[in-house]
Design a binder for this molecule. Structure first.
Ligand code: ATP
Ligand code: MG
Length: 391
C-alpha cells in the first residue's frame, strides 16, 4: 500500500501573520533533508504538510527518521490516503493495519473529521469502523483507555487517512527563523546539547572550536568535527571554525596567576569568538555552561567572562543537571562521540586550584600583565573554516 507522511505543525500555527515565512523555512529544511532519498510532492493544508513519495523504492523508515529531527514538526503520521468513503476506509484499515490488529488483543478507533461535509460525525465513524473491524478480527476487544492498536481515521479536505498512533516530532520552531549564533563547541557532552537547544528555538548555529596542538591531537580535532557533523541531523548545515589557541594558552601560563588561568583563557575565547561572529553577522554566542558544574562555571566566573562580551551569551544548559544534559545527548546521538577520551585545550592547562570566586578587577589586572592583542589577531588569521552539510 502506498504510504504518505503527514507532518503536523507545532508552534508554527500560533505565528499569526509570520506563519507563512515559518512554514516556508520549515519546508526548505525538510526538502534539504529528504532530497538524497528521492522525489516527493509537498502540499500544505490544515496545519499539516502532506509528503507523498513519487516513486515506490523510497525507504519510508528513513524518511520518517529524517523528518523526526526537523524542528517545527510536532507529530508525524505514516498514513494511507483513500477516498472519503466508509467501504474504502474499512478495507484500507483492514489491510494497512491488518498485521498489527492480528497480533493485538485490544484496539480502539479514533476519528477526526475536519471536513465537516462528510456525512458521519466522528463518534459515528468510530462506531461503524470499529464494528466492522470487530467482525473481521473477532479475537479483538475494544479498550478505549489503553489499546494495543489505535486505528486512526482522519477525514480531511484532501481525502481520508488511516494511520496508527502518531510519532513524536522534534517540536520547536524551524531552524533559520530566529537568527544566527556562534556556538563554542568543545569535545565534551554539554556544548553539542547547547547547540541543539538553540537550534530547536530556530537559531542557525555555526560552531567554533579552540585547539592547542601539540597539547591537543589531530584525533581530538577529528572528534569535534564528527560531533559537528552529527549535530547537523538537527541543526542543519554548520559552518565550523577552528582556532589555533596554543600560543595564547602558553602566554597565559607564562604571565598570569595560575588560579586565574581558566578564567582569563575563557575571556580570550569569548573575545576571539565575538570578533569572528561580528564579521559573519552572527549575533550571539552560545556555550554549554551549566551553573556550578566546574570552577569556571560559578556565577562569579561567568560575571568575569561576560565582562568582555559585547553580544549576548546564551547558555541553554545553565539550569540543567548533568543527567538531564546526558539524556539529551543520548537522544541526539552525540553522547557516544563526546565520551571518547580525547584531550581538550581547557583540560591540558587546568590550574590545580582554580579560583571559584574571581573578582573582575583582579582578573582584569592579571590579564593586563601581557598584551594579548597581537596574539588574538594572529589566532583569528589562523582560523580554518569547514562546512558540514546535513549527513
Ligand atoms: P563541554 O561538555 O561542553 O565541554 P564542560 O562541562 O567540559 O563543557 P568546560 O570545559 O568548562 O565545560 O567548557 C565550558 C564551555 O566552554 C563549553 O560548553 C564550550 O561551550 C566552551 N568550550 C570549552 N572548551 C572549548 C574549546 N576547546 N573550544 C570551543 N569551546 C570550548
Ligand atoms: Mg569541556
Amino acid at each position: 500500500m502506498k504510504e504518505i507522511i503527514l507532518c503536523k505543525y507545532g508552534e508554527i500555527v500560533l505565528k499569526g501573520l509570520n506563519r507563512t515565512s515559518f512554514e516556508a523555512e520549515m519546508l526548505r529544511n525538510i526538502r534539504r533533508r529528504l532530497k538524497p532519498l528521492g522525489e516527493f510532492k509537498y502540499i500544505s493544508a490544515q496545519s499539516t504538510l502532506y509528503i507523498t513519495p513519487l516513486s515506490d523504492d523510497i525507504d519510508i523508515d528513513e524518511v520518517v527518521l529524517k523528518l523526526s529531527k526537523v524542528f517545527g514538526i510536532a507529530k508525524l503520521c505514516r498514513a494511507v490516503e483513500i477516498e472519503k468513503d466508509m467501504d474504502a476506509i474499512f478495507e484500507t484499515a483492514k489491510v494497512y493495519l491488518g498485521r498489527a490488529l492480528k497480533n493485538a488483543k485490544t484496539f480502539k478507533v479514533a476519528a477526526k473529521r475536519s471536513d465537516k461535509k462528510f456525512p458521519l460525525k466522528s463518534p459515528e465513524i468510530c462506531a461503524e469502523l470499529g464494528g466492522r473491524l470487530l467482525e473481521c478480527f473477532s479475537h479483538l476487544s475494544v479498550d478505549v483507555h489503553n489499546p494495543d492498536v489505535t486505528v486512526t481515521c482522519e477525514i480531511r479536505d484532501n481525502g481520508a487517512y488511516i494511520h496508527d498512533l502518531p510519532i513524536e516530532g522534534a517540536g520547536g520552531i524551524p531552524v533559520g527563523t530566529s537568527g544566527r549564533a556562534l556556538l563554542l563547541l568543545s569535545g565534551g557532552i554539554d556544548s553539542p546539547v547547547a547547540g541543539y537547544m538553540m537550534a530547536k528555538r530556530g537559531v542557525q548555529i555555526s560552531a567554533m572550536h579552540f585547539e592547542a596542538p601539540p597539547y591537543t591531537s589531530e584525533r581530538a580535532l577529528m572528534k569535534v568535527e564528527r560531533l559537528a557533523k552529527k549535530m547537523t541531523d538537527y541543526c542543519g548545515q554548520i559552518n565550523f571554525f577552528c582556532v589555533p589557541f596554543t600560543r595564547i594558552q602558553e602566554e597565559i601560563k607564562e604571565h598570569c596567576p595560575e588560579e586565574l588561568f581558566t578564567i582569563i583563557m575563557r575571556r580570550l575565547m569569548m573575545e576571539i569568538a565575538q570578533r569572528l561572529a561580528e564579521d559573519y553577522e552572527l549575533t550571539a554566542l552560545v556555550t554549554g555552561e551549566s551553573i556550578g558544574q566546574v570552577a569556571s562555571q560559578t556565577m562569579a566566573a561567568m560575571v568575569c567572562t561576560d565582562a568582555v562580551c559585547r553580544m549576548p551569551v546564551f547558555r541553554p544548559c545553565i539550569g540543567m543537571d548533568k543527567k538531564e544534559i546526558i539524556d539529551i545527548s543520548y537522544k541526539i546521538g552525540t553522547f557516544d562521540i563526546s565520551i571518547e577520551p580525547y584531550e581538550d585545550c581547557c583540560t591540558v592547562f587546568t590550574p590545580r586550584h582554580p579560583k571559584t570566586r574571581p573578582v573582575l578587577a583582579e582578573v582584569e589586572a592579571a590579564q593586563a600583565a601581557f598584551d594579548f592583542e597581537p596574539l588574538i589577531k594572529e589566532a583569528i588569521e589562523g582560523i580554518t573554516v569547514k562546512k558540514f552539510k546535513i549527513g
